[in-house]
Design a protein around this ligand. Structure first.
Ligand code: NAD
Length: 478
């Protein structure tokens, strides 16, 4: 289809047309919002097969069933949750006016109004979900949107653009495609809200650009999510769940566990269980269609570079299921487990975002907590253990975007609870009512009573001698 936007001028024109259409239309009814969300749902139902094929081709190997589960069904869950709940979320909310106006017939309420046009920039690792899950809540809040898919998955990006061009009036939802230059131009536009999913480094420049237009931002970033295995944990069960997580999308997930803290004396046990569990899931590597490949040569070189550097620095590295001779034409790799590498190695500093993880032995759990707190705040934290007091201690003494206890990544699948980062892992949130609130303007309305008592109570100039005393009488500690 030819109406894809791929230039900064085209984008600016589309945005100003959307903004004009938003103002022209005025209030956006619940049924209009539901109809827009339904159109995205219908688009996914219609295009899910070619989209899964495009993701498979873009990754050089991504099981279509996995793409349907992660990107299509995952997006549908957000869209349906938003569609089914938006009418309750959008109702005005009565609030209690202050005394004495509450006695005089004043009224107050909060309106949840759409902001206008939301710009949404997505990543390659979950190319549909990072666009369509925020879109669900942006549309639920009554906004229009312009999407920018990642250029790292070009077939998927093009298909998203074509599908939206076919199913939507671009005055409601439009798609712009292109690389870093168009992405930079995107973040320089006067959107009414910007959602960026991507790396922490790029997130900083997104926020700088958005600041020029005072555009509010939701930054869904990454980082090194830790898992703490307590002494009370069932190591075998923990290993099985961590194996599933590291095998999901080839480890290319924002909340994949990067650093796993294990009681020192249990490290070999855990490693053995991890080897068994991961090998059961993926007995072979190079020819295994269930294994998601590293998305491109550049990302493969990045992950392999971290591993090489750790090895050169003397770290022990285990390959699961087996070490493979490097083959540049095939980007599937075994899981590499790096054991206690030097603190200054790249793999200890950079987000791995690939088929590797780090095991860190600890003696006391407070050492693990201190290590986590000395690092940038992570997007997720995992605690495996059966000691409730210790679980509370870990949660009270750490901060992360979200938490899953006794499993990995599950909290992100909650439709009815916010998802987002804190500190270096991002700001703002979507999913659930909090997603609706993120993309709404919370507008307080105070309706004054007919009678204004301030003159008769001596509260207006010219002030009487009693005014100061009356004010001071209100300065009370309770
Ligand atoms: P990225 O930051 O390289 O790119 C993300 C998007 O930003 C792409 O669409 C790209 O075109 C655009 N972009 C690139 N340079 C830009 C610039 N200078 N200004 C504006 N936009 C620019 O990230 P990626 O490699 O696609 O994704 C991996 C990262 O995303 C990881 O850090 C991962 O943890 C994070 N992530 C976070 C979440 C979350 O929900 N918090 C989800 C998925 C991925």
């Amino acid at each position: 289809m030819s109406c894809t936007i791929s230039s900064a001028e085209g984008l600016a024109g589309q945005l100003s047309e959307q903004k004009a259409a938003f103002i022209e239309a005025g209030a956006v009814s619940a049924s209009e919002r539901r109809a827009r969300i339904q159109r995205v749902i219908d688009l996914l139902v219609r295009y899910h097969k070619p989209l899964a094929e495009a993701m498979d081709a873009d990754f050089g190997g991504r099981p279509q069933g996995f793409s349907v589960m992660n990107d299509v069904v995952g997006s549908l869950a957000s869209l349906k949750h938003a569609r089914n709940n938006l009418e309750g979320w959008m109702q005005d909310e009565q609030r209690q006016p202050f005394a004495p106006y509450d006695q005089l017939g004043a009224q107050a309420w909060v309106m949840y109004q759409p902001k206008g046009t939301v710009g949404i920039i997505g990543t390659w690792n979950a190319p549909l979900f990072t666009l369509l899950s925020p879109l669900a809540y942006a549309l639920a809040a009554g906004n229009r949107a312009i999407l920018k898919p990642s250029e790292v998955v070009p077939r998927t990006a093009q298909l998203i653009a074509e599908a939206f061009a076919e199913c939507f009036d671009p005055l409601e939802v439009a798609v712009v495609t292109g690389g870093v230059e168009i992405a930079k131009a995107f973040t320089a536009q006067p959107f009414d809200h910007l959602v960026f999913t991507g790396s922490t480094e790029v997130g900083k420049s997104v926020m700088r650009n958005a600041a020029d237009n005072l555009v509010p931002v939701t930054l869904e970033l990454g980082g090194k999510s830790p898992a703490i295995l307590a002494r009370s944990a069932d190591m075998e069960a923990a290993a099985a769940r961590i194996a599933v997580a590291k095998g999901t999308n080839g480890g290319q997930i924002c909340i994949s566990p990067d650093l796993v803290y294990v009681p020192r004396e249990r490290l070999e046990d855990f490693l053995g269980s991890l080897r068994t569990a991961y090998s059961e899931l993926f007995p072979t590597v190079a020819d295994n269609p269930d294994l998601v490949a590293v998305v491109n040569g550049q990302h493969l070189a990045r992950v392999e570079g971290y591993l090489q550097q750790a090895q050169d620095a003397g770290a022990r590295i285990e390959s699961i299921p087996e070490a493979l001779p490097a083959n540049a034409d095939n980007r599937r790799r075994p899981l590499r487990v790096v054991i206690d590498p030097p603190r200054d190695s790249h793999i200890m500093q950079q987000e791995i975002f690939g088929p590797a993880m780090v095991l860190l032995p600890y003696d006391e759990i407070d050492q693990a907590i201190a290590d986590i707190n000395a690092r940038p705040r992570p997007l997720a934290l995992y605690y495996f253990g059966e000691d409730l007091a210790e679980q509370r201690h870990v949660l009270a003494h750490t901060l992360s975007g979200g938490v899953t206890v006794n499993d990995v990544m599950m909290h992100a699948a909650m439709h009815d609870a916010p998802f987002g980062g804190v500190g270096a892992s991002g700001m703002g949130r979507y999913h659930g009512r909090e997603g609706f609130l993120e993309f709404s303007h919370l507008r307080t309305v105070f309706k004054a009573p007919a009678h204004d008592p301030r003159r008769e109570w001596g509260l207006l100039p010219p002030y009487s001698e009693h005014f100061l005393a009356a004010m001071e009488a209100l300065v009370t500690p309770d």
